[in-house]
Structures are given as C-alpha cells and as structure tokens.
Write a protein that binds this ligand. Structure first.
Ligand code: GDP
Length: 385
C-alpha cells in the first residue's frame, strides 16, 4: 500500500530515513512521500534520504531550533502553534494517491512524543485516509521522565490514530552495544518488519501469483482500530535446488516440505519476539503474509498457518496472503496481530509513569515549601522594591 510517512522528532526522522533506504533496496514502492518534522535543526540536518524541502522545523519562535528537551507538553504546544508549517509540506503530497498516513515517533522524548498525537488529530480532521501511528517505546533504563512521557503520549496517540503499531526498544536491545550502534540495528529491524508488511500491499497486478497476493484493503481492515504488534521469521532456501527438483519431477515432496516450512514460520513469527510482546490470544484480528520467491510461496502452508493463528487467537478475522520477492534466497512469514489487549509492558509503563508523576508532584511541592522557608525572614527584612 502507498503511504505518506511523517517522521516526528529525532527517532521518528531516523526511522523514516531508514524506511526510505529500505523501500529503495527492495524496490517496494510503498512510500509515496516522506516528511520529517522536528524542533531541533541539527536532527533535521542529520537525515540522509528525506528530501530537504520536506524537512519542517517547528517551534522556532520558542526554542530557536534547539529542540524542546524531553518536555513533551512543549512538543505538543509548538506543534499546535506551527501546524500550518507542517500542513504546508503535506499540501505537496498527492493525497489522492496514498492509502494511509503513517506518523512515526519515539514516545519517550519531547518533540515526537508530544507532537505526533497533535498531528494525528489534525490529519484525521482533514482527510478521509486512515492515519496510523508507529510508536517507539523507550527502554526501561532510560529513566522516569521518558517512561512518564511515553505513557502519556501512548494514551493520547492511541486515541487520535486509527491504529497504533508499537515497537518496544526495551525488548530489542542487546548487551555490549553502544546506544548508536544499537539504534542503527534496531531501526533496521523496525523497517524490515513494518516495511515488508506495507510493501506486501503494493504488488503489481500483473504478478504471476496475483490472486493470492495481499491487498492494501486487507491491511487496512486488519488495522481497523486499537494497538498492533508484528512478528517475523525467515529461513534461507536453496533457490537453485527448488527449480532442479521440479525438473526431476519431485514437486510433491517439495510441496509438502514448503507447506511445513511455511506453517512453522508462521508459528515462529507469532511465538518469537514481537515488536510489542503480548498475549497472542488477546488479538482481535490478524494478518499472515508469506514473503520470498514465488515458487517457494506455498498457498497450503499460508492457509494452515492462518488456521493455526485462528486457533491461537480465537479470532475469525485472520487474513492471509503472499508477497512475492523474486530476488531473495529466503522465505519469511510476517504476522500482524491487531487489537491486542493483554500487553504487560503497557501496564508496567503506566504503573511506573503514575509513580513518576506522583514523585514529580511531591518533589515540586516540597521544593516550593523549602524555597518559601529559605526566603522567610519573619517579615523583618525589606526587599529593595
Ligand atoms: P524527540 O526528538 O524529542 O522526539 O526525542 P527522541 O526521538 O530523540 O527520543 C525519544 C525516544 O526515542 C528515546 O527515549 C528513545 O527511546 C528513542 N530513540 C531515540 N533515537 C532512536 C532511534 O534512532 N531508534 C529507536 N528505535 N529509538 C530511538
């Protein structure tokens, strides 16, 4: 499906940059336009792929291009004040050509955390196209303010978008990696999963397996509302061997093997590391996409995987289809779980955030009392004026 991507804040911009690189690399064609919005000049300058004319600096009157720090209330305010600047960039998008907007933001910071929900609300008021969010949760060791920001942004962002796709940095970190290396690797993981999903709905009609290919309306229907997570598993295949064995007339054996491989890839994708870990049985809707060379995409395997996911989730709304990628020597399964409700990480985020909010309030109240007592001279000392 064709997307208009909007990266909000530093993480949002970097991930959108990575999406553009990925779309080009796989020839996906799922990005119609890409915009980056930030209150920090240096973050916008650091981008490689987002066209210069699509980089929007907001909040200049207040923060002079230096960013809003981790103040997401200020992030929301400067977005509201400068919404016309962002709209100016969106006006250059041929919106009639896109299937949806996707706003990408790190939820623990200031600009993206505060601004992304404001932009979602604005876009929903103006356009009929669905507005999706891709929200990145901070790692647990980033500290109370990031957790508090993320929890408040999550509440608001979910309310304003049609669906919030979530990626949790916490479950994707590796020990012994620098923060920068970690983000570079994590960003590639993000765009591979979400990129393959959206590219899947963007296959040419003249493709040889067109009838089983995923359609953008299937993605849109799966993303009807709520919160979503993605699982992905892949396996190398011997592309030359596949053809050779068909010449030898071993199709039946190959067929059985391909069926089993695809079914177990669907299970691995679902039961392995999700972008947001959750209880799979709480999903309301799902979509299974098989990727890889067309001759390895086995319809029976996808169908069995789809049925297995129906059993796991108890949902009757599990869709399935293919995304043929001819120049790959691997097959993969993407599993989109939508409308998930049993998500321990969100409960934990909210608990820690409520504690952090209470602590902040009591520290502030104490500080006010202490300052008052510091300055209190019992009325015996006169101020200058
Ligand atoms: P903003 O510019 O004020 O919106 O804030 P940032 O985007 O810099 O940071 C917000 C949060 O995003 C941080 O707390 C991190 O959890 C996360 N983050 C920052 N940079 C990256 C990145 O490149 N990749 C990922 N996955 N997360 C990031």
């Amino acid at each position: 499906m064709k997307l208009a991507l909007i990266g909000f804040g530093q993480a949002g911009g970097k991930v959108v940059d990575e999406f553009l690189a990925y779309d080009e690399a796989i020839g996906g064609g799922f990005i119609n336009s890409a915009i980056a919005v930030n209150s920090a000049t240096t973050d916008l300058k650091g981008l490689e792929y987002v066209p210069k004319e699509n980089r929007v600096l907001i909040g200049q009157a207040r923060v002079k291009g230096h960013g809003v720090g981790a103040d997401n209330e200020l992030g929301a305010t400067v977005t509201e004040e400068d919404i016309d600047e962002i709209q100016g960039a969106i006006d250059r998008i041929p919106v009639h050509e896109i299937d949806a907007f996707l706003i990408v933001a790190g939820m623990g910071g200031g600009t993206g955390s505060g601004g992304a929900p404001v932009l979602a609300k604005h876009l929903k008021r103006i356009y009929n196209e669905p507005v999706y969010g891709l929200g990145i949760l901070p790692a647990t060791d980033e500290g109370g303010i990031y957790t508090l920001n993320a929890a408040r942004s999550f509440q608001t962002f979910v309310r304003e978008v049609d669906n919030l796709l979530v990626f949790d940095n916490d479950v994707w970190r590796s020990a012994g990696e620098s923060v920068q290396d970690g983000y570079d690797r994590i960003n590639r993981e993000i765009v591979e999963r979400f990129g393959l999903l959206f590219a899947a709905g963007e296959v040419d009609d003249d493709d040889d397996v067109a009838e089983s290919v995923v359609d953008s309306s299937e993605i849109i229907n799966t993303l009807e509302e709520g919160v979503s997570t993605i699982g992905y598993a892949r396996e190398e295949v011997d592309t030359s061997g596949g053809l050779l064995s068909s010449f030898r007339g071993d199709e039946e054996f190959d067929e059985g093997q391909a069926t089993n491989r695809m079914t177990s890839l669907v299970r691995k994708a679902t039961l392995g590391r999700l972008t947001l870990p959750c209880d799979v049985s709480s999903a309301d809707r799902g979509l299974v996409v098989a990727t890889g060379p067309a001759e390895h995409l086995n319809r029976k395997g996808v169908e069995r995987g789809r049925q297995w996911l129906e059993d796991e989730t108890g949902s009757m709304e599990i869709r399935g289809g293919d995304y043929p990628l001819s120049d790959r020597d691997e097959v993969g399964a993407i599993v989109l779980l939508s409308g998930v409700t049993d998500v321990p990480r969100v409960d934990q985020l909210q608990e820690v955030a409520i504690e952090a909010q209470e602590t902040t309030e009591s520290v502030r109240a104490n500080a006010q009392d202490e300052f008052a007592s510091l300055m209190d001279t019992g009325g015996e000392l006169d101020a200058l004026f």
